[in-house]
Design a protein around this ligand. Structure first.
Ligand code: OMP
Length: 269
């Protein structure tokens, strides 16, 4: 089964397009956890326990774990063990390097950590992407049009009359011979999201930027889904995992996730 087929199956079974970003900042976790041996791991355990029936994916951003040094790597590995196989994991490291080095990144993320999918920066071209996509079961989300304001600096520049991000989208479509390639499109660009979905009707789109970054959920659902109301993976990190920074944080995260799932269903009719 290819990554895209697996994603569809999981989204159907879970009845959800929501991806929770496990972007855990030790300074933001509730005080009562801070005396534990590994507060971040306990935080993740409780968030996962409280939300695992509401999501299609979890996306730990590697930066938050790398910033904790050796212990962070261990925490990430332990966190991955807690995520049920009924959902997808996305290792968000936005890697990108020459083929020989990319091979090592792919080995680390897919074999050592065991992620189902990863984010990759396509700026260095096909040979930097190839090592990630050679196994159809491994999913790859290429950065196309990112959610941040800096996305205009390069991604929107015109190349032969078309914006650079569109070139990335069309190249990804061509490279997708194993049905395991997807794209990252920020929720902050609804018009472009619609256009991108038209170019790639059958590819997964990872869509971050809802919540703290101000993206609009309704347009993300309307424009980001495929014809069956699937294949959009809508990521929300801070506004779910820090819905409360008190003892009730896991309950609060669940309530927030439930609210979002309900809204997605409403817009996805
Ligand atoms: P929140 O803004 O807290 O929901 O977090 C967004 C998450 O998505 C972070 O892990 C970002 O690094 C990631 N992200 C973006 O915010 N914008 C992008 O364009 C791409 C990503 C990503 O690849 O996930």
């Amino acid at each position: 089964m290819t990554f895209t087929q697996k994603l569809k199956e999981i989204q159907t079974r879970q009845g959800s397009l929501l991806c929770i970003g496990l972007d855990v900042d030790p300074e933001k976790i509730p005080v009562h956890l801070k005396s534990l041996e590994n507060p971040v791991l306990e935080f993740n355990r409780q968030i996962i326990e409280a939300t695992k029936d509401l999501v299609c994916a979890y996306k730990p951003n590697l930066a938050f774990y790398e910033a904790m040094g050796t212990e962070g790597f261990q925490t990430l590995k332990e966190t991955l063990k807690m995520i049920p196989s009924s959902v997808i994991t996305i290792g968000d490291g936005k890697r990108g390097d020459i083929g020989n080095t990319a091979k090592q990144y792919a080995r680390s993320l897919f074999h050592d950590f065991g992620f189902d999918s990863v984010t990759v920066n396509p700026y260095m071209g096909f040979d930097s992407v190839e090592p990630f996509i050679e196994n159809p079961q491994n999913g790859v989300f290429l950065l196309a049009l990112t959610s941040n304001s800096g996305s205009k600096d390069f991604q929107r520049l015109k190349v032969n009359g078309k914006p650079l991000y569109e070139k990335v989208v069309r190249s990804a479509k061509k490279w997708n011979k194993y049905d395991n390639l997807g794209l990252v499109v920020g929720a902050t660009h609804p018009r472009e999201l619609k256009l991108i979905r038209k170019i790639v009707p059958d590819m997964p789109l990872l869509i971050p930027g809802i919540g703290k970054q101000g993206g609009d959920l309704k347009s993300v659902v309307r424009y980001g889904c495929d014809k069956n109301g699937q294949l959009a993976v809508i990521n929300i990190s801070r506004s779910v995992i820090y819905a409360s920074q008190e003892k009730d944080f896991a309950d609060a995260a669940r309530k927030e996730a439930e609210k979002i799932v309900k809204e997605i269903k409403l817009y996805n009719k």
